[in-house]
Write a protein that binds this ligand. Sequence first.
Ligand code: SAM
Length: 228
Amino acid sequence: MTTATQAYGETWYWDNRYSNEPGPFDWYQKYQNLAPIINHYVPRNHRILVVGCGNSAFSEGMVDDGYQDVVNIDISSVVVESMQNKYQDRSDLKYMKMDVRDMSAFETESFGAIVDKGTLDSILCGGDSRQNATQMLKEVWRVLKDKGVYILVTYGAPSHRLRLLRESSSWEIKLHVIEKLGPDESHDDPIWELTKPVPLNDDGSSVEEALGKNPDVHYIYICTKDIL
Ligand SMILES: C[S@@+](CC[C@H](N)C(=O)[O-])C[C@H]1O[C@@H](n2cnc3c(N)ncnc32)[C@H](O)[C@@H]1O
């Protein structure tokens, strides 16, 4: 039997969910909360790819904030068709049905930044998770330009994500954190300043020293492609 979280790696699950819940819905964080970190790492004239976009308003937030070319992909044809209809008049927002594990429709080194909010997490929930995640990260590396950034927003602490990232490619990795928030909550006194990287040593134990054990945060890994 497939459990609910295992199904996050399956196309039928997302088609079903998007047929019943048209959204918009943003997992983890909305654009407005993450804008300072996106602005910090991604120049507005870069071509951006959002992988596993779902029906989130994140990309709309980006173009409203001055980003000019945001390409979105998702494995669910249901959500892609609905987003294509919703944004048919916005030439700066494109939606395509595509599996992030096979982005052969995109040329090598064609994006300056890739945003992933919850998609690697979903793939890690499904069957063959390790193999699927490795295939995804290989494709993410390929379509990024040299010095481009893969921005991974996840619930996964360094003890669960660092090795996977490091084993996939020779990323240069910085870590940021943001408090988990309810839909209309904001924090005046954050646990850690959003745009200041958290100290990151080889095994990630420095993060616990800085933030304490099991902090109530989402992790933002800034992975820079550095072809030496
Ligand atoms: C947790 S949701 C996140 C949606 C959106 N990024 C957000 O932040 O609200 C994960 C998304 O990844 C998509 N997805 C899952 N596996 C995928 C794959 N192999 N290729 C592309 N998209 C995938 C799902 O259809 C779903 O929309």
